[in-house]
Design a protein around this ligand. Structure first.
Ligand code: GLA
Length: 376
């Protein structure tokens, strides 16, 4: 059975009939990593893997939730429950964010089922937050702009779950467009469409190393960026450039963190131009350069993702590869020739298994649309 019919049936068993069905996608990020919280540029695209959310009004005014990706048990989602340090915090965070914004959604019954891999840098958490948010707003008859939706979903993660993330993941999950990436200015939230050329395909290859953004490495990088900005007398690194950096005498670590953010934002503009020309070789070079910068300057890669990116680059049909997402493990994104992509993924996974003794997951993704209601 499909993900959605399984979910509808599971919902019916627990809460009865009448569920509406919503979905919100995970994402890839072609380039622009660890730049969003410095108000820089990113280039994400929504993918054809998503978190499904079946939802109906709760008859007794108490919100409840279950997830088929966990034990399927029904949990209460009362506003006062606080953080419980598990998956349900991402949904409770949505109710809390709405409440903090003075918006009063109705109580809902919610069931979730997701095929976005967790911890692989494709933003399973944003998919969960945005699917719950989309459902709750629709059931409550509350209209909101995409910027507002992204901000509420981000607040669920940043203010409730406690990961001080940027806006990229939630924004693209809300507003992705089929066949296109967005060049997003994380200061103004102005988003330009970048068409993905027909001969391009993106593959996500898991290293098997799991990151936990709540572990602190992510928050530490963010704090380092803020400190570098402060020492350069700018409000965020978006306002710095290499000339300013050369004049500032930052200690080595901060210098490298700032250099990553400044050069990475430039690479977003170059990538957008190269994509526009259909020049996949150049996009591949820029992705490789992004990985080098994440490895050497930002220090968020790990030996497994370094090796995997190398493997991908030496595979026929691959233009370039880099670690994607928050980092410290997770997945590598490879830009492939469309016709070679499936074979390339298989070959990379085989080589990786030979080297590490461990088989991981990999898939070619279609670039899909943002969140919405599904009418089966
Ligand atoms: C995570 C965060 C994003 C972004 C990326 C790194 O996915 O949720 O806001 O900072 O890491 O680019």
């Amino acid at each position: 059975m499909s993900l959605s019919s399984d979910l509808v049936q599971a919902f019916r068993q627990r809460f009865g009939d009448g569920a509406r069905l919503f979905r919100a996608p995970g994402r890839i990020n072609i380039i622009g990593e660890h730049t969003d919280y410095s108000e820089g540029f990113v280039m994400p695209a929504a993918i054809d893997r998503s978190c499904l959310c079946a939802a109906a009004p709760s008859p007794d005014g108490v919100s409840r939730i279950f997830s088929l990706n966990r034990d399927g048990e029904v949990r209460e989602l009362s506003a006062a429950r606080g953080r419980q340090n598990d998956w349900s915090d991402y949904a409770a965070g949505v109710f809390s964010a709405l409440q903090n914004a003075g918006v009063s959604p109705i109580a809902c019954h919610i069931g979730l089922s997701s095929d976005v891999p967790e911890g692989a840098g494709v933003s399973s958490s944003a998919a969960l937050e945005v699917s719950v948010l989309t459902a709750v707003l629709a059931l409550s008859g509350i209209d909101a702009t995409r910027e507002q939706r992204a901000a509420w979903a981000r607040s669920a993660e940043a203010d409730f779950v406690g990961v001080p993330c940027g806006i990229m993941d939630q924004f693209i999950s809300v507003s992705g467009q089929a066949g296109c990436a967005l060049v997003l200015d994380c200061r103004t939230l102005e988003a330009r469409i970048a068409h993905i050329p027909d001969h391009a395909a993106f593959a996500v290859i898991d290293s098997g190393v799991r990151h936990q953004l709540t572990d602190g490495g992510y928050a530490q990088r963010r704090a380092e960026c803020e400190e570098a900005a402060r020492l350069m007398n700018v409000s965020v690194l978006r306002d710095a450039d290499l000339v300013l950096l050369a004049q500032a005498s930052l200690r080595d670590v901060l210098h490298r963190r700032a250099r990553h953010v400044i050069t990475e934002s430039d690479r977003v503009a170059l990538t957008a131009a190269a994509l526009g020309r259909g020049d996949l070789s150049e996009v591949g070079h820029l992705m490789n350069a992004s990985h080098q910068s994440l490895q050497n300057d930002f220090a968020v890669t790990c030996p497994e993702t370094d090796r995997l990116a190398d493997l991908a680059r030496s595979t026929p049909g691959v233009y370039g590869a880099r670690q994607m997402g928050g980092g410290f493990g997770g997945a590598v994104l490879a830009l492939c020739d469309r016709h070679a992509a499936a074979n390339a993924v298989e070959s990379i996974l085989r080589d990786q298994e030979r080297l590490s003794g461990r088989r991981t997951d990999g898939f070619v993704c279609a670039v899909g649309a943002g969140a919405g209601e599904i009418h089966p």
